[in-house]
Ligand binder design. Structure first.
Ligand SMILES: [Zn+2]
Length: 262
C-alpha cells in the first residue's frame, strides 16, 4: 500500500463543508459512485467501530511511533495520563514519530499526535489540541466524516460490508482509498468551531491552563514559510482568528473566576 500522508484535521479551517473532499469527488465516476453508495451503504454503529479500528490499525502500522524512552514520549505519556476514560468515551493515544505539526482523531476514540506538534508546543498547548480532537469524537464529527468516506470507498465496488472479508468492513484496496480520503478531508468550519469550544471547556474542566489554546493557535498562525500547499499557514488559514476567539474565551473565564472568588 502506498505511503499515507498525514495531512489532517487539527486546526484546519475548511471554507464550506468538506471542501477537499468535494474537490476529490469532482470526477464523474466518483460522483456516481458516491450517489449510489449513499443509498446503499450506511454503516451500522458496529461496522463503524470495526472500520474505525481497521483504519487506525493500518495507520499505526504505517507510521513509526516515538520510542518509549524518548523524552518526547515521556512528555506525551504524562499529558495523556488519566484521559483513557473521558466524558463517557474510551480513548487511546499514540505519538507518531512524524515531523508534521498535526493531530487527528477517529470515531472509535483513537487520538494520534505527531511529534512535530509536540516539539513546537508546550504541554498545555498540546492538551488544548487533544481536547479539540476529543471534541471531534464526542460531537461525532469524525463519525460523519468516516461515513462519507466509506460511502465513496465502498461504492467503488459494491461493498464487502459486514457480511464478509473476515470481520473487515472494507477490503484492503478499498481501505487505502478510504484512509486517504479521511486524512485529506476537512471538517466544516462549524465542526471546527464546536470542537474548539469543546477543547476549551476540556481545559477548564481539568484545571489546565486554558490560555494555552490561544498559544496553540498563535503558533499555528505563525508557522508557514512558503512551500506552497504544504505550508501549514496555507492549509490552516483560520488559525489567527481562532486564536482570537480562544483569547476571548480565556479572558471571559478569568473574569468568571474572579467573580466567583468575590
Ligand atoms: Zn479539528
Amino acid at each position: 500500500m502506498k505511503k499515507i500522508l498525514l495531512v489532517v484535521c487539527i486546526l484546519s479551517f475548511a471554507v464550506g463543508a468538506q471542501a477537499d473532499f468535494g474537490r476529490k469527488l469532482l470526477n464523474k465516476d466518483n460522483v456516481t459512485a458516491a450517489q449510489n453508495a449513499v443509498k446503499a451503504a450506511t454503516l451500522s454503529d458496529d461496522d463503524m467501530a470495526k472500520l474505525s479500528r481497521q483504519a487506525v490499525a493500518t495507520m499505526d502500522e504505517q507510521n513509526p511511533v516515538v520510542a518509549d524512552g524518548d523524552s518526547l514520549a515521556k512528555r506525551f505519556n504524562n499529558i495523556v495520563k488519566g484521559l483513557q476514560s473521558e466524558d463517557g468515551l474510551e480513548l487511546n493515544f499514540k505519538l507518531y514519530n512524524v515531523a508534521d505539526v498535526n493531530a487527528f482523531a477517529t470515531p472509535d476514540g483513537s487520538i494520534r499526535v505527531m511529534a512535530g506538534l509536540m516539539i513546537i508546543m508546550t504541554d498545555d498547548e498540546v492538551r488544548s489540541v487533544i481536547g479539540h480532537e476529543i471534541g471531534h469524537v464526542k460531537l461525532q464529527h469524525a463519525k460523519k466524516q468516516y461515513q462519507k468516506a466509506y460511502s465513496v470507498a465502498a461504492g467503488k465496488d459494491a461493498v464487502a460490508a459486514s457480511s464478509g472479508t473476515g470481520g473487515k468492513v472494507l477490503t484492503e484496496s478499498q481501505l487505502g482509498t478510504f484512509i486517504e480520503d479521511v486524512l485529506n478531508a476537512k471538517f466544516s468550519r462549524g465542526d471546527e468551531s464546536a470542537s474548539d469550544e469543546y477543547g476549551f471547556n476540556f481545559m477548564v474542566k481539568h484545571g489546565y491552563d486554558y490560555h494555552a489554546m490561544e498559544g496553540a493557535f498563535s503558533k499555528l498562525a505563525d508557522l508557514g514559510g512558503d512551500d506552497g500547499k504544504k505550508s501549514l499557514k496555507a492549509t490552516h488559514p483560520g488559525a489567527a482568528e481562532r486564536a482570537k476567539v480562544a483569547k476571548e474565551r480565556a479572558d471571559a473565564q478569568d473574569e468568571k473566576m474572579k467573580q466567583a472568588r468575590r
